[in-house]
Design a protein around this ligand. Structure first.
Ligand SMILES: *[C@@H]1O[C@H](CO)[C@@H](O)[C@H](O)[C@H]1NC(C)=O
Ligand SMILES: *[C@@H]1O[C@H](CO)[C@@H](O)[C@H](O)[C@H]1NC(C)=O
Ligand SMILES: *[C@@H]1O[C@H](CO)[C@@H](O)[C@H](O)[C@H]1NC(C)=O
Ligand SMILES: *[C@@H]1O[C@H](CO)[C@@H](O)[C@H](O)[C@H]1NC(C)=O
Ligand SMILES: *[C@@H]1O[C@H](CO)[C@@H](O)[C@H](O)[C@H]1NC(C)=O
Ligand SMILES: *[C@@H]1O[C@H](CO)[C@@H](O)[C@H](O)[C@H]1NC(C)=O
Length: 931
């Protein structure tokens, strides 16, 4: 009897779902207008979009990134704006059909009307929203139109603050431009940041759709696929011998048949005929909004996914279907997945590690498929102030630049926005691990019930949405809480500190860690991007992760490090750099190139300290809505001073040429400073701190401005990425010079997983390129062996013992060759690296005109550069504005008589190769010439 019921239930469901509805219907296909609060501006609207973009498209405003628009366009965010669709025809009003509005994102406060009736309000940019509008549609006499009124955010958050719902001492919300951003679940850098504008854009920033369903049909809103080793739990090392568990879960709207089964087909992502699994999912759990099931898969069957440089990135496809038999499912969802375990180990250093030379304390490193590895990369900020114009093509080009720098990781800094899936897709394909964060930053946050509920919903959606991507490396609660904001709170308001700490632990541990652990067993959590790790994890405790904070044992070492020091006089003194387990942020700002400035500035504003540049420089932040030229000038002065200390200072007659040279010179300092730090951090893999990663600040730019970025808004490379790609090679040699004692050590560092042997050669020459007699008393080469992920001192001397006729007329060239194995590869690879050492600062050397010659070979697309008169330092090729891409080498040392061949990765540009004639070459010499 029971069996018969199931059978009938299935048949009935199949019969009704047979008639297809033309669903879902994208809101992007409707016709929209955008109208301001006063009703005197109406322009065509796009969907998805932001108001600024639609006003720009209609030429009501010019490019928001232009000039002082950051300030001049503030009238836009001060108003409500309404997106209204034309009447939507052809919707189905049949009995039994339910109708839903689904929005993948609304930015931020909105009131949604259908057929002039309010159907919902929203208040969180990061949530997906769905509303049942069946009865409103069915009682609508005409074809309905949708209107979405977006509230003026500054007024709303100021009101929340004024309500006294939460009060803080001023210093615990780091001030950029607009105040009170901590009250709203909206991208925090929209309110200003030290590298970005403050547009506070509003609008339907992600896609939306109308979904119509018949009884027995369901529509998938979101799908979570969690892949882990059996028995695995968050934050602890999984047993790599265990089989895989694939746990799939679909959030849906509509009604599934009462009786159902759940199936999965897992195939190779590119070759669907290669089936890894096909069959039932077990342990089905169902509520009225979610259905989940899981299957255990042989641990050896899937190929493992590895990060860039450690192996391949095999991807699989999973199709999950719910229904009566797999024939006509009521609900289907598909995701691309990969098999890997990733651990962020922030627990105690163990006795076993101490016996291997680790300084006691806590760990901070990542392990992929059970292997610890050295993380190389940078911090990514939002690539645009307006997400709707972030395209797959742009991001694909960005990932070219990421791969070319030999990265394996990016930290997706909070507080921008949770990345859309297509960016995780690119990372899955390229093998770039994305250290991901919940969107909270540089502020204490409220924890009143509505806020906590909103955060819970936001995390539930995004954790589940992103979890299937093998590139997901970890989740962090947010930016700089435990190392910056809480200590500030303790200092400025010791009496209320326990209350603030309690709020922090409630939101960032009890709420967030629980949402994560309930939806993912595969991913590690840390409440704060930088901190001293945890001492206990126990979900029966009200605060399930016990943080160490400052409860340290003297002499032990804890935590990862941030390092910003704007006193450029100590920039190359590595005794100043922090010693820690992992460098999560470090940097110094520089100017973008002239070519990038041209996109945003009028010609009269193109000089170093122009008002427009000063006001676009947000380091230091204005600290309020009033433009603050004094603060901006401080940052420009720091950059200037850094150049003056170390490099020839440009002083050209032609003001544009002078401006361009100055911009470039700031990039030289930036590149050298980062190189010095990365060499130091990498060498730390051999030290008691067992330093296991460095992510520089910051990869990319949100607009054209002086910032810490390596890649300019236009996609053009500054000097830094050319240096980063060398210093992030697997095996590198570097000089460590102590200017106080004269001690000069040379180390070879390797991040390979097996020991590597090779030879490092030393070659002293003067600035004419002539060999220095007797190689200045130094041997011409040394042999070395470096153990797995380690560093070896290969030669030690003191500059006093190096017999240089003139320290200002000498450069030491280092050239390394080694043989070894890349991780997961059994054939031998030859590794090369070159580096150099100057006994004095670049500006103090006897550099002279190197007589550079450049020729372009249009048949091969490559360039040949020659120095005909002397040594060229910082040899620099510049490509014209009509192409986007990067050279395969730049900023190199060139000796007379050498011919250097350089290719160009052309990412975008004019057809043909006429642009090659417009490439120019220069060097440090060009900074010093006056014409
Ligand atoms: C629109 O109306 C407001 C309020 O009356 C006014 O301040 C503004 O100048 C008007 N804008 C335009 C473009 O007419
Ligand atoms: C502006 O938006 C807010 C928040 O959505 C709303 O409460 C208010 O009624 C709107 N005002 C106008 C004039 O549209
Ligand atoms: C079922 O759906 C209703 C309406 O969406 C919701 O209020 C309720 O909490 C859901 N129940 C469960 C168990 O999820
Ligand atoms: C970690 O070390 C602390 C002492 O610093 C200790 O109290 C704690 O129990 C240790 N935790 C684990 C999981 O071993
Ligand atoms: C550790 O530090 C926190 C915050 O500073 C404090 O509340 C806690 O009592 C300390 N725990 C121990 C074991 O000292
Ligand atoms: C820019 O202005 C700052 C502050 O006034 C000054 O110190 C610096 O020398 C100027 N820089 C250049 C390149 O003119």
């Amino acid at each position: 009897m029971k069996h018969l019921n199931i059978f009938l239930g299935c048949l009935a469901a199949q019969a009704t779902s047979a008639k297809e509805l033309t669903s879902p219907r994208s809101l992007g296909a409707e016709t929209w207008t955008v109208t301001n609060e006063h009703g005197n501006i109406t322009v065509p609207g796009k969907f998805p979009s932001h108001v600024h973009l639609d006003l720009y498209a209609a030429q009501v405003i010019n490019d928001p990134n232009h000039g002082l628009n950051d300030i001049d366009l503030r009238w836009i965010s001060a108003q409500n704006w309404t997106y209204t669709s034309k009447p939507i025809s052809g919707l189905n009003k049949d009995k039994g059909v339910s109708t839903w509005l689904v929005f993948d994102g609304l930015d931020t406060y909105s009131t949604i009307k259908l057929c002039d009736e309010i159907v919902a309000t929203t208040d969180n940019q990061f949530k997906q929203w769905h509303f049942d509008v069946t009865s409103v549609l069915n009682s609508c006499k005409t074809d309905p139109s949708i209107s979405i009124n977006f509230g003026a955010v500054p007024a709303i958050i100021n009101k929340l603050n004024a309500s006294g719902i939460e009060t803080w001492p001023p210093d615990v919300v780091y001030p950029f431009e607009y105040p009170n951003r901590q009250f709203v679940r909206k991208e925090a850098n929209d309110f200003g940041w030290d590298w970005g504008p403050a547009f506070i854009p509003t609008g339907p920033w992600r896609e939306g759709r109308i979904v119509q369903l018949r009884d027995g049909e369901a529509y998938s809103l979101n799908t979570n696929v969690d892949i882990y080793r059996k028995g695995q739990v968050n934050n602890l090392a999984p047993d790599q011998t265990q089989p895989w568990v694939v746990n799939a879960s679909i959030d849906y709207i509509g009604k599934l048949p009462k009786q159902h089964s759940m199936h999965a087909i897992i195939t190779d992502a590119t070759d669907k005929s290669k089936v890894l699994y096909s069959g039932q999912l077990n342990a089905i759990k169902r509520s009225n909004a979610t259905i989940s099931g899981s299957v255990v898969i042989d641990g050896h069957k899937p190929q493992l996914w590895w990060p860039n440089g450690m192996g391949k990135q095999p991807l699989y496809s999973i199709q999950i279907s719910v229904g009566c038999g797999a024939k006509e499912p009521s609900l289907v969802s598909q995701r691309r997945i990969g098999f890997r375990t990733i651990l962020l180990n922030t627990g105690n250093v163990t006795q076993e590690q101490i016996s291997r030379g680790y300084q006691p304390g806590n760990n901070w490193h990542f392990q992929i498929n059970g292997h610890e590895f050295y993380a190389k990369g940078a911090n990514m900020i939002p690539p645009d102030a307006f997400w709707p114009r972030v395209t797959n093509e742009r991001m694909s080009r960005m990932f070219d630049s990421v791969e070319a720098q030999n990265f394996n990781m990016l930290r997706i800094w909070s507080s921008g926005a949770y990345l859309p899936d297509f960016i995780y897709d690119l990372a899955d394909e390229r093998g770039i691990l994305l250290w991901s964060e919940f969107e909270f930053s540089d502020s204490l946050y409220p924890d009143y019930p509505d806020f906590v509920q909103s955060v819970t919903d936001e995390l539930y959606y995004n954790v589940r949405r992103i979890n299937h991507h093998p590139s997901l490396a970890c989740w962090a609660g947010g930016n700089e809480f435990e190392n910056l904001l809480l200590p500030i709170a303790k200092r400025v308001d010791p009496e209320r500190y326990p209350y603030f700490l309690g709020q922090y632990e409630h939101l960032f541990i009890s709420v967030m860690f629980t949402v994560l652990a309930e939806n993912s067993r595969s991913i590690s959590y840390t409440p704060s991007s930088a901190n001293n790790g945890w001492t206990k994890i126990d979900f029966s405790l009200p605060v399930p992760m016990v943080e160490r904070y400052d409860n340290k044992t003297q002499g032990d070492l804890y935590g990862n490090t941030d390092y910003y020091n704007y006193d450029s006089s100590v920039a190359f003194d590595w005794a100043e750099y922090p010693v820690g387990r992992f460098a999560v942020e470090f940097g110094y700002h520089s100017m973008p190139s002239l070519e990038t400035w041209k996109e945003a500035l009028d010609p009269e504003d193109m000089h170093f300290n122009s008002t427009v540049i000063t006001l676009r420089n947000h380091h230091y932040p204005a600290g309020g809505v009033e433009p603050n030229a004094t603060k901006g000038a401080q940052g420009l002065a720091e950059m200037t001073l850094a150049v003056e200390r170390y490099y020839p200072t440009p002083n050209k007659q032609d003001s544009i040429a002078n401006f361009s040279s100055w911009c470039h010179a700031t990039q030289l300092f930036q590149a050298d400073f980062y190189k010095s730090q990365i060499q130091f951090y990498r060498r730390g893999s051999a030290m008691p701190e067992r330093q296991m990663g460095s992510l520089y600040w910051q990869l990319n730019d949100i607009w054209q401005a002086p910032t810490w970025a390596a890649i300019e808004y236009s996609g053009r490379w500054k000097a830094l990425p050319y240096v980063a790609r060398h210093v992030y090679k697997n095996v590198i040699a570097a000089p460590y010079f102590n200017r106080k004692t004269g001690d000069l050590d040379f180390w070879v560092t390797s991040d390979l997983w097996e020991s590597v042997t090779g030879q490092l050669s030393f070659r002293w020459v003067d600035f004419k390129g002539e060999a220095i007699a007797g190689n200045a008393g130094m041997s011409k080469s040394v042999n070395f062996t470096v153990p797995a992920i380690n560093s070896t001192s290969v030669f030690k001397t003191n500059l006093g013992n190096v017999t240089l006729p003139d320290q200002t007329d000498a450069i030491l060239l280092l050239s390394l060759q080694a043989n070894g194995h890349l991780p997961n590869s059994n054939h031998t690879t030859q590794f090369t690296h070159s580096n150099y050492f100057l006994p004095v600062w670049p500006k103090d050397t006897k550099f002279s005109d190197p007589g550079l010659k450049l020729s372009a070979d249009k048949s091969t697309g490559s360039f040949t550069i020659e120095a005909t008169k002397g040594v060229a330092l910082y040899t620099w090729l510049t490509h014209p504005e009509d192409v986007t891409g990067f050279f395969d080498d730049n900023l190199f040392v060139l000796l007379p008589g050498e011919k250097k061949h350089v290719g160009f990765k052309l990412q975008e540009g004019t057809s043909g190769n006429e642009w090659m004639d417009k490439v120019t070459v220069g060097s440090m010499w060009d900074l010093s010439i006056r014409d």
